[in-house]
Design a protein around this ligand. Structure first.
Ligand code: AMP
Ligand code: MG
Length: 310
């Protein structure tokens, strides 16, 4: 416990001084900075090579803090009570007097907000008197980071400090829902849509359209492992990495498993590290067997489709 406290103190010190640091969340690692500071947020875009038109998610410890920046509504309260802290991000209207940096929102009047569940990050948020802007801690368009070594792999010593919180439990980004008007899903993620529909007692439209640019991060090329990837493949050559949803008895050296027995939560957790591992082993291409398009399998397939647009 004592060691965590000293790590959190160190992290706070960097953030107070407008630096970007790596932070653990239950979804993926974030590249964190003070969301009220233009200079701090500018650094996020620079480090990630992220287009300025792509807004950032802001992380809060409590609803009391959120109320300073956003207007809340009934759907938000219902979902917040059930799923936060957790892998869901809400798009809400910004308050006129909000102190959120214009760099975070690309000067728009709405904000994507989340309450992360990871204990260490929550402890850090509680210590701060500003919320944290944090996109995924990877170079833009590449695979997200799910452990601290992934951040070092992408950024070397350019990220001054990483608050290490072990491997991310969910391993894929949050589900984003726009709650400003009729609820709309803007990104598939770690929370299944059917669970959200149950709480709101209605079907929710999925609006993942890169042309409309509501959520600019949903561009077609994203989550790229840096080598070509093909989906729904039944047979491969031995020099091609083959990703399988569950372990095979007839194991071959180019087989990589997402889970032991085909569990979709386990597969989700392992997806990004599997892609990184394959690339680092020197394979030149990846084939993936058919992943069931149900529950979190839908999110896995969404990421694989984008990864295949290399
Ligand atoms: P990441 O940068 O990996 O954390 O992903 C954040 C995602 O949230 C990107 O796809 C952004 O485009 C999206 N996003 C952030 N802020 C907003 C917002 N205000 N409205 C809609 N989408 C947003
Ligand atoms: Mg990202």
């Amino acid at each position: 416990m004592k060691t965590y406290q000293s790590k959190i103190k160190k992290a706070k010190n960097y953030l107070d001084n407008h630096y970007c640091i790596g932070v653990p969340t239950e979804t993926v690692y974030g590249l964190a900075a003070n969301a009220y500071s233009n200079n701090a947020v500018k650094n996020i875009y620079k480090l990630k090579k992220r287009p300025k038109s792509n807004p950032l998610i802001v992380h809060y410890h409590s609803i009391k803090d959120l109320k300073k920046d956003c207007l809340l509504n009934d759907s938000f309260i219902k979902l917040y009570k059930k799923f936060s802290p957790g892998p869901i991000t809400y798009v809400l209207d910004l308050k006129r007097n909000s102190k959120i940096s214009k760099m975070v929102t690309n000067k728009k009047s709405n904000l994507a907000v989340r309450f992360p569940k990871h204990k260490i990050f929550r402890k850090l948020l509680k210590e701060l008197d500003y919320p944290i802007a944090a996109p995924s801690a990877n170079i833009s368009t590449k695979v997200s980071a799910v452990q601290s070594s992934d951040i070092v792999e992408d950024f070397g010593n350019k990220v001054k400090y990483i608050l290490d919180g072990g491997q991310c439990k969910i391993g894929i980004e949050s589900t984003i829902i726009d709650l400003r008007d009729k609820p709309k899903i803007l990104r598939l993620g770690g929370l299944e849509i059917s669970k959200i529909e149950k709480v709101l007692s209605k079907k929710i439209k999925i609006s993942i359209n890169p042309k409309k640019k509501i959520s600019p991060g949903q561009s077609k090329i994203h989550y790229s492992p840096g080598i070509p990837l093909k989906m729904n493949i039944k047979k491969t050559k031995i020099d091609e990495a083959y990703i399988l949803i569950k372990k095979r008895k007839n194991h071959l050296s180019n087989y990589f498993y997402l889970s032991k027995k085909g569990d979709l939560n386990e597969a989700t957790k392992n997806l990004y590290s599997c892609l990184r591992k394959i690339k680092n082993k020197g394979y030149k291409s990846i084939a993936v067997e058919k992943i069931p398009n149900v529950a979190l399998g839908k999110t896995i397939n969404d990421r694989l489709i984008r990864a295949s647009k290399f």
